[in-house]
Write a protein that binds this ligand. Structure first.
Ligand code: NAD
Length: 353
């Protein structure tokens, strides 16, 4: 076995149906007394439940989390935390809400307790994003890594099936790219393969009953593993393309991941055979890229950029952007091949290795 370096992120994880009831205990364990609860406007009910469970430990609710963390929202939330004398933040929701918590932590060092209700995986990473003047900047900082994560699958029962599928594919993308990351290692590979397996196994069960609690637990467990991979190793072409398409063309996050992943895997397949074999094995298939495409299609997820609002006239610029910024990827970045990849993704064609 080759040597490797692995840095574990020190998050405490509390997992299981009904674990939200341990919230007050977990706030005490952080040594905190006054929590600002963060949520999107759509999840105010969940935030109110959290505030109720916190009782006197609740400082208030900030219900204005939004996609890609606009800097103005981050500033308002930071000011609110200060005004209320909050000594920690509780983020209940998907990646957007966790992202707002991270923006507060980046500035103030306040500890974050995250309660994820999607499969995006942000809660397991020290990666933050902030959008200013239409430009999203991302970075890594140990201060933004949530100190505690409560994974309670009961809270994901309300996630609509369509979002559950695209969010699961978003998670699978972290693990898939982690398997060919230049700084990957046997530990992240284990987590990645098991994460993909758990999510892919959960999807057909959720399709027949979106309120199947055991399937929700499997999916959330998979999402945790995939998020851990994202937090531990560098991502490649797929994440770069999604960042470009999301940032420059305003395409929805989980849907872009869903559409691009089969094509990014096909692009890299010849340069990462071991990773492809592991992904295929986790999906019980022969060809990784095709299996991911089939998984999305079988569950009614979008399979074309056209369907999620990409203007065809933007494909050239997207290819330019993806080809010009240097980033680690198993296969060298060839502009013509990237442009062809984007066209296939735009048309909803099958992935082509
Ligand atoms: P999201 O957080 O934007 O949520 C989408 C919508 O679904 C929101 O209205 C939300 O309130 C709602 N929702 C969430 N959970 C629900 C539930 N259980 N029931 C009903 N409604 C629910 O979507 P997301 O895909 O989780 O996150 C996307 C964002 O996270 C992007 O900005 C992305 O860049 C970021 N992200 C960051 C990281 C990181 O490591 N920094 C990782 C993954 C994603």
């Amino acid at each position: 076995m080759d040597g490797f370096t692995y840095t574990a992120n020190p998050t405490r994880v509390v997992f299981g149906a009904g674990t939200l009831q341990h919230l007050a205990r977990e706030i005490d364990a952080l040594g905190a007394r006054r929590a600002l609860v963060l949520c999107t406007p759509e999840q105010i009910d969940a935030a109110q439940r959290v505030a109720m469970l916190l009782g006197e430990r609740a400082a208030g609710i900030f219900p204005r989390a939004a996609m890609h963390v606009p800097i103005e929202t981050a500033r308002q939330a930071r000011a609110e935390a200060q005004r209320l004398g909050a000594d920690c933040a509780v983020a209940i929701g998907g990646g957007s809400t966790t992202g707002l918590g991270k923006a507060i932590a980046l500035d103030s060092g306040l500890p974050i307790l995250a309660i994820p209700t999607t499969y995006a995986g942000s809660e397991m990473t020290p990666i933050y994003g902030l959008t200013e003047g239409g430009l999203k900047k991302t970075g890594r900082d140990a201060r933004v890594l949530p100190r505690t994560v409560i994974y309670d699958p009961e809270l994901s029962l309300t996630l609509p099936l369509g979002m559950s599928v695209t969010s699961a594919l978003n998670a699978i993308a972290h693990a898939a790219e982690g398997l060919y990351a230049h700084d990957g290692n046997p530990i992240t590979a284990l987590m990645a393969q098991e994460g993909i397996r758990a999510l892919a196994a959960a999807l057909p069960r959720l399709a027949s009953d979106a309120r199947d609690l055991d399937a929700r637990s499997q999916a959330l467990y998979g999402a945790w593993l995939c998020g851990s991979v994202l937090g531990a190793v560098a991502m490649g072409l797929h994440h770069k393309l999604c960042h470009t398409l999301g940032g420059s063309f305003g395409l929805p996050h989980a849907e872009v991941h869903t559409v691009i992943l089969p094509h990014a895997l096909a692009y890299n397949a010849s340069h990462a055979p071991e990773a492809m074999a592991r992904i295929a094995r986790a999906l019980g298939a022969h060809d990784a890229a095709q299996a991911v495409f089939d998984l999305a299609a079988a569950h009614g997820a979008p399979t074309s950029l056209r369907a999620i609002g990409m203007p065809e006239g933007g494909l050239d610029r997207a290819a330019d952007l993806a080809a010009t910024t240097p980033y680690p990827n198993p296969r060298p970045l060839e502009r013509a091949a990237l442009r062809a990849l984007l066209q296939r993704a735009f048309d909803g064609a099958k992935p082509q290795s």
